[in-house]
Design a protein around this ligand. Structure first.
Ligand SMILES: Cc1cc2nc3c(=O)[nH]c(=O)nc-3n(C[C@H](O)[C@H](O)[C@H](O)COP(=O)(O)OP(=O)(O)OC[C@H]3O[C@@H](n4cnc5c(N)ncnc54)[C@H](O)[C@@H]3O)c2cc1C
Length: 389
């Protein structure tokens, strides 16, 4: 895993799980390409469905890309009213239920602080009232707070606001602890999870940098790199990288920030460890990994404006990841057009952690049973045609 607050707050046992790589086998029932949250959740639910011989491969580290770089936000209500998200509501709702079940099985620092959207002025207030109603219609909790209620909730917050939109049931997880839980279960059931193993051809057999793997079917869960992996099949869904930067400050007393506070551009929250974390830029820089000091400075300026008492705290670490942005803002989940042995789950943009369980279960059901009880019709890969090449 790359450096981030997640790596720094991972216990030794979980870090060992993520830094252990199995040897790539010569055969598997199903090969999952990509060890981010989507690939791991898919493998987990395949194992839960009774598939014993699942193999997850990743060309880099396990959870080495967006899956280890995100905010860990389970912002189901907030996301349900995001642009283009109406068709994702069943997936969000199912994932919320599945997270409750997962919490009974692993520890992954789930918190329930709520998410608070800042309402800057009266024009934004009317929009927020509409968003709150839409979230409630979608089955989630949402309430408009007046300025006094906001101050009570977040005493450290600075600025003149017309109010806040609180989604009280939204919360956070530690994405790397969650991934360690999934990997443990996959391995306990006899599956393999292999780092430094790149899929060079989807096959059959799956040709990898660590040898060929015979498999009945393949799942492509390559995040922002998915079109590069599927292009040899003549199918390139319009998924592109949108880079995001986050940074962490030192540990502060508990309650310094109580909810996840989100403004027009950036968001801030506090981990159970006490660390303050924030950012969430959207940078269209393709796969450029070079640090962008200007973005870090902009995030720090946002912090200073929102929480002036934190402005003097140093940046402990900052990191970036590539969100997989799909052209119509919906993920792509199902069988790849023209192939009955290649499946895909990708393009989850800003909701790949929160919808990983629902996406994983839906695809596992499609592969094992040929149908899924989760409404993912709008996410069909068929909406993107095969190219004539
Ligand atoms: C700054 C930031 C904040 C975010 N905050 C949130 C949030 O609060 N909540 C939320 O739900 N989501 C959030 N996201 C989005 C979330 O991280 C992504 O949607 C999610 O990680 C996508 O998961 P994935 O498994 O599809 O992709 P990834 O996590 O990117 O994993 C894809 C994997 O595929 C591997 N791969 C690619 N090509 C190959 C190949 N040919 N062979 C083998 N392996 C290959 C890569 O190495 C990589 O490990 C955030 C993202 C960022 C960057």
């Amino acid at each position: 895993m790359r450096d981030s607050i997640w790596r720094r707050t991972l216990g030794e046992a979980d870090l060992a799980v993520l830094e252990t790589s199995d040897e790539a086998p010569a055969s598997a029932d199903i090969v999952v390409v990509g060890a981010g949250p989507i690939g791991l959740a898919t493998a987990y639910y395949l194992v839960e469905a009774g598939v014993e011989n699942v193999c997850v491969i990743d060309r880099g580290d396990l959870l080495g890309e967006a899956g280890g770089a995100n905010a860990g936000g389970l912002w189901f209500a907030h996301q349900s009213v995001a642009e283009g998200a109406a068709s994702a509501v069943p997936l969000l709702a199912e994932s919320a239920v599945l997270y409750d079940e997962l919490e009974d099985r692993f520890a992954f620092d789930r918190t329930y602080g709520g998410l608070l959207e800042l309402i800057e002025d009266q024009a934004a207030h009317s929009i927020a009232v509409g968003r709150a109603a839409a979230a409630r219609n979608a089955g989630f909790e949402a309430e408009i707070l007046n300025t006094t209620e906001m101050r009570d909730l977040e005493p450290g917050l600075n600025g003149d606001f017309a109010g806040g939109l609180l989604y009280p049931d939204d919360g956070q997880v530690h994405p790397a602890k969650l991934a360690a839980g999934w990997i443990r279960r996959i391995r306990e059931a006899g599956g393999k999870v292999c780092a430094a193993t790149e899929a060079l051809r989807l096959g059959p057999p799956v040709v990898t940098s660590a040898g060929n793997i015979e498999a009945q079917c393949v799942v492509v869960a390559c995040g922002a790199w998915t079109p590069l992996t599927t292009q040899a099949l003549g199918w390139t869904p319009p998924i592109r990288p949108v880079r995001g930067t986050l940074l962490a400050l030192p540990e502060m007393p508990s309650g310094t920030i109580r909810s996840a506070v989100i403004g027009p551009k950036y968001y801030w929250w506090q981990l159970p460890s006490g660390a303050i974390v924030g950012g969430g830029s959207e940078e269209l820089v393709a796969f450029d990994r070079s640090p962008n000091e200007a973005i870090v400075a902009e995030i720090r300026a946002d912090l200073a404006a929102r929480f002036p008492t934190l402005a003097a705290q140093p940046t402990v670490c900052s990191w970036t990841g590539f969100r997989p942005h799909c052209g119509d803002l919906l993920p792509v989940i199902g069988g790849v057009p023209g192939r009955d042995d290649v499946f895909v789950s990708a393009g989850h943009f800003r909701m790949g952690v929160m919808t990983a369980p629902g996406s994983g279960l839906a695809l596992a059901q499609l592969i094992v049973d040929g149908e899924t009880e989760i409404d993912i019709e709008a996410m069909s890969p068929e909406r993107f045609a095969l190219s004539s090449a």
